[in-house]
Design a binder for this molecule. Structure first.
Ligand SMILES: C[S@@+](CC[C@H](N)C(=O)[O-])C[C@H]1O[C@@H](n2cnc3c(N)ncnc32)[C@H](O)[C@@H]1O
Length: 420
């Protein structure tokens, strides 16, 4: 795909970086400082500094751009850019619902991570951005994927482009880079984006992952919310409107780095039972703990997960007050949690835990903890045993007292989460 025409400063940066790649490796200065000095010498202080920054940022951009080795970047917009796996899953949903070739206005395109994934999925993309400094970079990055994609300098609050889908990922930081929690302090504010979205067949508004969906705003009649995680990390809360809305109001979308996706839909008002207080040391083994994916937790769909087959009726429930773990006598593999087989458990005091570790010949420990005031590192130091094997402890507070579970992680073929 061809490269688009850049203004002269960025053109020189692009050429200098291409020349570095093309030259023999021994001619590339080894340290960041030496590279900065060499680039400043050839491009001058301003453009040399920008070129050095691009060079420094490209390895990080691998998580956001398929052609990270060629994109032009600046630091803060790169931090705000959507992760590649999330952007690809979004593009796939738009293609699945509206068909290949549908028109998408990415109204707050930044450096173009979302826009590039949409264009790679052969959607007809128009990328809008208000910041004039970003326009040449956006045009270059998008041009690497789709020479026909248009870039416009435009205000997302007043979209003048015709398209099927309105996509917006508002700026959620203030001028000093601090995160802004309230949707009305974003740029553009959420109420403004909702107004603009209403003029399109469908819309996708990206909200901060931790945003509570208790907006004081009127949402469109057809809408749904998705909490999306990638490789076990919560990435985004998405508001889908119109023809992109899901059947149910809430979804947990669990994405794996290989592109596979599992989606749980439901309503949040299903009660979640408490797990029976089984002590595997006394009761019948095996006994299982499942660590819920953060998308399931945040979406409030744990009750829906436990209430539908194959988990319904399996006697599973939350382990303790904190909703992060489920537990029970049987736990089938699933993409929505990571499984741990319980080897034994003890009250969370040093002597009792050490006795448990000795029974299993465990020495060094990794501790995963919830609902406890101590840090994991502190517990690892305090509890470690003298045995030969490394061990994994899940420590949490139960109504009957604080408890440590010695567990082994199960690598499930069906699970798309990485092993701990
Ligand atoms: C979170 S970033 C978008 C990142 C982008 N989705 C990506 O994946 O690279 C938000 C962008 O919105 C732009 N922006 C803020 N207010 C805007 C407005 N009123 N119209 C258009 N763009 C705006 C900012 O300049 C910033 O680049």
């Amino acid at each position: 795909m061809g490269r688009s025409k850049l203004p002269s400063g960025w053109e020189r940066v692009d050429q200098a970086l291409e020349a570095l790649k093309a030259g023999p490796p021994e001619t590339v200065p080894r340290t960041p400082l030496a590279r900065l000095e060499a680039l400043r010498k050839s491009l001058g202080p301003l453009w040399g500094g920008r070129a050095a920054e691009v060079l420094e940022l490209r390895p990080r951009a691998v998580a956001k751009f398929a052609r990270a080795d060629e994109v032009l970047l600046v630091r803060r917009p790169l931090e705000q850019a959507t992760a590649l796996g999330v952007a690809r899953a979004r593009a796939a949903r738009i293609v699945a619902r509206l068909g290949p070739g549908a028109g998408v206005l990415d109204a707050t395109a930044g450096l173009g991570a979302d826009a590039c994934a949409l264009a790679a999925a052969e959607l007809a993309v128009v990328a809008g951005e208000l910041d004039p400094e970003l326009i040449p970079l956006l045009r270059h990055n998008l041009g690497l994927v789709d020479a026909a994609a248009r870039v416009v300098r435009a205000d997302a609050a007043r979209p003048a482009v015709r398209a099927d889908v309105f996509l917006a990922d508002p700026d959620r930081r203030d001028g000093a880079g601090r995160r802004q929690g309230h949707p009305e302090s974003w740029s553009p504010p959420l109420s403004v984006l909702l107004g603009a979205a209403g003029r399109f067949r469908a819309a996708c508004l990206e909200l901060a992952a931790g945003t509570k969906p208790a907006f004081d705003l009127e949402l469109p009649a057809a809408h749904s919310l998705s909490w999306t995680s990638l490789a076990g990390e919560l990435k985004e809360l998405t508001l889908w409107c119109g023809e992109l809305a899901g059947e149910e109001r809430r979804e947990a979308r669990v994405l794996a780095p290989d592109g596979s996706e599992a989606c749980l839909e439901g309503r949040a008002d299903r009660p979640v039972p408490r797990a029976a207080p089984v002590d595997p040391a006394a009761g019948s083994a095996p006994w299982w703990i499942g660590e819920l994916d953060p998308a399931v937790l945040q979406s409030g769909l744990a009750g829906a997960l436990l209430g539908t087959p194959p988990l319904a009726g399996a006697g599973l429930g939350f382990l303790g007050e904190d909703a992060g773990y489920i537990a029970g006598a049987e736990l089938p593999p699933s993409p929505f949690y990571r499984r741990f087989r319980v080897l034994g458990s003890a009250p969370l005091d040093r002597k009792r835990v050490r006795r448990l570790l000795a029974e299993h010949d465990v020495g060094p420990l990794t501790v995963k903890k919830r609902a406890l005031s101590e840090g994991s590192r502190e517990l690892e130091r305090r509890l470690r045993g003298t045995g030969r094997h490394p061990g994994l402890i899940v420590a949490t507070a139960l109504p009957e007292g604080r408890r440590a579970f010695l567990v082994e992680a199960v690598e499930d073929r069906d699970s798309i989460l990485p092993a701990p």
